[in-house]
Design a protein around this ligand. Structure first.
Ligand code: ADP
Ligand code: ZN
Ligand code: ZN
Length: 679
């Protein structure tokens, strides 16, 4: 009987592959291959793993060696390049291979039965994915767009570019026409190119999917994101894996998809924080994408009006080629005028200054749309009692309970705890307890009083909880059924609102003084993005000049100066200089060890031990400190930041360190994040 040893990666915290014995059950059974999935016994369970290597030796004693139960031969093996990508991510983020490779696969592929898989394969073979759409016209690119699209499509080998284009400059059109050129280059259907387009959040940009399908009517387009039902996710994943799907549109998780003939990667709004996974394997999809493009020797495009400083630095140092679009694409559309409203002079009533009210009124009279941006949902961030100083603290977190007036609840946005709104102060009985500050709900309420006739729509995580409701809300804005839109960062991203001529920004100041050194980079990007929603069409006869009004108490702040000038270059360059002087990323490499425990002292003590448990050169180990939000859901959290000017030195240190950390006995749960963004 024929047999061999399979080295299999399993989704476990153990950092190695597991050896299993495979025996042919029929005489001519085909030999297993690396990249195939296999079902194996693991402890008392059966699990699906990925075969990493086929061998004939093992260190496991024969009586301990367990047998492979089944190999999923109906599925083509995952490629060596895919395994290498997972291997790199595992190595870089200090995780076991199996914890990278397996969770990225559709659930139905990891199921113990093949019912779903067989069904999906049959479906795919019979009819593929639906790809009928009415073709739309291809606009003629302006010279800057054309130059960018050609540069992308004609590049050879690994060629990273930053597509740096102001909001509304038509970056999407550049992606699509570069993609069209690449798809046209090889007509050979057996070996047809695949293009991966990553977007921050698909639900927020439903237009894009429609546009792509309409632009490429004969081409199979597959989407990959966490909002898909399992059946659909498997089908789309298989279409990509088989090479049938030629355009794959997805969120960050799609970077780990199997794409055997990948020829181009596009990352739209590359600065967006949602490319960073914030739990489990804390990877940066943007960084993995660059690695993947490098490994395959293909072009990659990072598009943004406000690139991440890391990306900007690469463009400055010419590691990335900079392709620039300075003008808005729609003829005669111009960037909005940004004005600051000094709140010390123009005192707001219900959070809105008289200048902003007047600007809103003008838009209403002219049947134009306005957008108010406030990055805080709920009615008020906290309620308090003037008599005794009580505030609505969350009993389980270092945070306030947020007032949600509509459903008469106090809600903690961190642990999810809900309470009824107390009728009187829980400490002193005072009945006059008041909401402090304001969130989107309260602005909506105030606005409705000022403009009773206006059609006001609020878009935030609360108003769009139901599936499809965000899309429905955006559709109604596009159909012109809304006069004033109020929203959180959900409304800032990517939308092409054609009749919007006013953006009002409420209360952005808090981020100016945050202790997070990335806060100003993020605030600037967010404000540029939200400002970019105004003036996307040419000014109409008798219509308003499009403008952005920012209510602030710090009108002299350089960040606002740069915003008024639409000057990302200068702002980014200044920030980079500051980062360099302060030895902050991207001029230093960081990793963050987090510890969670029932008591803060236990977490800190663990980190203290961690700080001294291994020798190191060229590594800075900072003091353990409680996290800014120390307590969440009754768990205390502390962190330890390690840094190095050398990435390889940090990587080597982390490997040795993790091994030592595993040996420390403490009642904590810890995790390590490489290139942390929230510290
Ligand atoms: P960005 O992503 O750079 O903010 P978009 O891709 O959303 O910009 O494009 C803004 C608008 O300009 C869209 O409505 C798009 O259809 C339009 N547009 C893009 N390119 C052209 C062009 N060459 N001619 C006319 N309109 C264009
Ligand atoms: Zn009180
Ligand atoms: Zn809480």
């Amino acid at each position: 009987m024929e047999h061999c040893i399979l080295k299999i990666a399993l989704d476990t915290p153990l950092d190695f592959t597991f050896d299993y014995r495979w025996c042919a059950d029929v005489p001519d059974a085909s030999w297993p291959l690396p990249g195939q999935l296999a079902v194996v016994p693991f402890g008392r369970r059966e699990v699906v793993g990925v075969i990493v290597a086929v061998s004939n030796t093992t260190d496991v004693a024969p009586e301990k060696l367990k047998q492979v139960l089944a190999v999923r031969t109906q599925l083509a093996p995952l490629s060596a390049a895919w395994l290498a990508l997972c291997g790199f991510a595992a190595d870089y983020y200090q995780r076991p291979l199996g914890e990278v490779a397996l969770p990225g696969l559709p659930k139905n592929l990891r199921a113990l039965t093949t019912v779903a898989l067989d069904k999906a394969l049959k479906k795919l073979e019979k009819r593929g994915l639906a790809h009928d759409a009415t073709p739309n016209a291809t606009p003629k690119l302006n010279p800057a767009q054309q130059q960018a699209a050609d540069a992308i499509a004609m590049s050879q080998g690994f060629a990273p570019s930053l597509l740096y284009g102001v909001t509304g400059s038509g970056k999407t059109e550049v992606y699509l026409q570069a993609a069209a050129q690449i798809l046209a280059q090889d007509k050979d259907t057996e070996n047809a190119a695949q293009i991966l387009i990553l977007v921050p959040e698909i639900n927020l940009t439903p237009q894009l999917e429609g546009n792509i399908r309409a632009r490429f009517p004969g081409v199979m387009v597959a989407t990959l994101h966490s909002g898909l039902a399992e059946g659909e996710r498997l089908l789309n994943w298989l279409a990509a894996h088989a090479g049938h799907a030629r355009i794959i549109l997805g969120t960050r998780l799609a970077i780990l998809a199997s794409l055997p003939r990948l020829r181009l990667i596009i990352i739209d709004e590359e600065h967006d924080p949602s490319y960073k996974q914030q739990e489990g394997l804390r990877y940066s999809a943007r960084d993995l994408a660059v690695w993947r493009a490098h490994q395959l020797g293909i072009p990659i495009v990072l598009g943004s009006a406000t690139p991440a400083l890391e990306t900007w630095q690469h463009a400055l140092s010419a590691r990335y080629r900079k392709l620039e679009l300075r003008e808005r694409a729609v003829p005669d559309a111009v960037l909005p005028k940004v004005r600051l409203i000094d709140m010390e002079r123009d005192r707001p009533v219900d959070g809105i200054t008289s200048t902003l009210v007047a600007a809103l009124r003008q838009r209403l009279e002219r049947h134009e749309q306005s957008l108010l941006f406030l990055n805080r949902r709920g009615y008020a961030p906290v309620i308090n009692c003037d008599a005794c100083g009580w505030v609505s603290d969350c009993p389980r977190c270092t945070a306030f309970m947020v007032l949600h007036k509509l459903d008469r609840r106090l809600r903690c946005h961190h642990c999810g705890l809900e309470q009824r709104i107390p009728k009187s102060c829980p400490t002193c009985g005072n009945v006059d307890i008041q909401p402090m500050g304001r969130g989107t709900q309260r602005v909506e309420e105030g606005l409705q009083l000022i403009f009773p006739e206006a059609r006001i729509l609020r878009i935030d995580a609360d108003s769009t909880r139901l599936k499809g409701s965000a899309q429905a809300a955006f559709d109604s804005v596009h159909r012109g059924e809304v006069d004033i839109l109020i929203g959180t960062q959900m409304v800032a991203k990517g939308h092409d609102f054609r009749n919007l001529t006013l953006v009002g920004v409420l209360n952005p100041d808090t981020a100016l003084f945050s202790q997070d050194y990335r806060a100003s980079e993020r605030l600037f990007a967010q404000l540029m993005q939200v400002a970019g929603r105004a003036g996307r069409a040419a000014q109409k006869e008798g219509g308003s000049v499009s403008e952005v009004l920012v209510q602030t108490r710090y009108a002299q702040h350089p960040l606002y100066g740069a915003l008024m000038a639409h000057d990302y270059d200068r702002f980014a360059t200044t920030l980079l200089q500051e980062r360099q002087q302060a030895s902050l990323p991207p001029f230093i490499y960081q990793a963050l060890l987090r510890a969670e425990a029932k008591e803060l002292a236990i977490a800190l003590e663990f980190l203290q031990q961690a700080a001294t448990c291994v020798e190191h050169v060229g590594i800075i180990i900072n003091d353990p400190i409680p996290m800014t939000m120390t307590r969440v859901a009754n768990v205390d959290r502390a962190q330890l930041l390690v840094e190095s000017a050398s990435r390889p030195a940090l990587q080597n240190f982390l490997k040795a360190w993790i091994a030592e950390l595993r040996k420390i006995k403490a009642r904590v749960s810890w995790s390590l994040e490489v290139d942390p963004v929230d510290i």
